[in-house]
Write a new protein. Structure first.
Length: 158
């Protein structure tokens, strides 16, 4: 199968209904999908279509992922309850700083000191939702908060 054929199959997924995607998933993967959300099905199918042609994960990688998954302790709640009845689980953003972490930066001769709190980042007695919001309040212009506070360097993907 050529790259153009793979691309055509992946693009065709965008036009499918959820029912069609679920049917295609069962045909490609060999079992019905656990989740019937359009974006999930499209991503999963796209991966499987590409893996058929270009190769998927190695056996070692799959084994290591299984080991990692087995160590996770994820509260799933009772599957019979509605979403309103399920206990809320605090969600942590990727690369989130631990509560209490303090970042400092010199800016125009002043020291900017920011502390990570539950709701975001506190600076000058005000809680901001993100480091970027703090950087904008400090400078008056848009900044990448991680870049402003030296947590990443320009051009890094993280």
């Amino acid at each position: 199968m050529s790259s153009k054929t793979v691309l055509a199959r992946v693009r065709a997924l965008e036009r499918m209904t959820v029912a069609e995607l679920a049917e295609e998933y069962e045909r490609v993967v060999g079992k019905p999908p656990r989740i019937k959300r359009r974006d999930f099905l499209r991503r999963e199918l796209a991966w499987h279509i590409q893996a058929e042609v270009y190769g998927g994960l190695t056996e070692d990688t799959e084994r290591r992922l299984d080991e990692i998954i087995a160590t996770l302790n994820v509260p799933l709640g009772n599957a019979l309850t509605t979403s309103r009845e399920r206990p809320r689980v605090a969600r942590q953003r990727g690369n989130a700083l631990a509560v209490g972490t303090t970042l400092t930066r010199a800016y125009k001769g002043d020291e900017v000191r920011v502390t990570a709190v539950e709701a975001g980042f506190e600076w000058g007695g005000v809680v901001y939702p993100s480091l970027s919001a703090v950087a904008k309040a400090v400078t008056g212009s848009k900044w990448n908060g991680k870049l402003f506070f030296g947590l990443t360097k320009r051009g890094n993907s993280r």
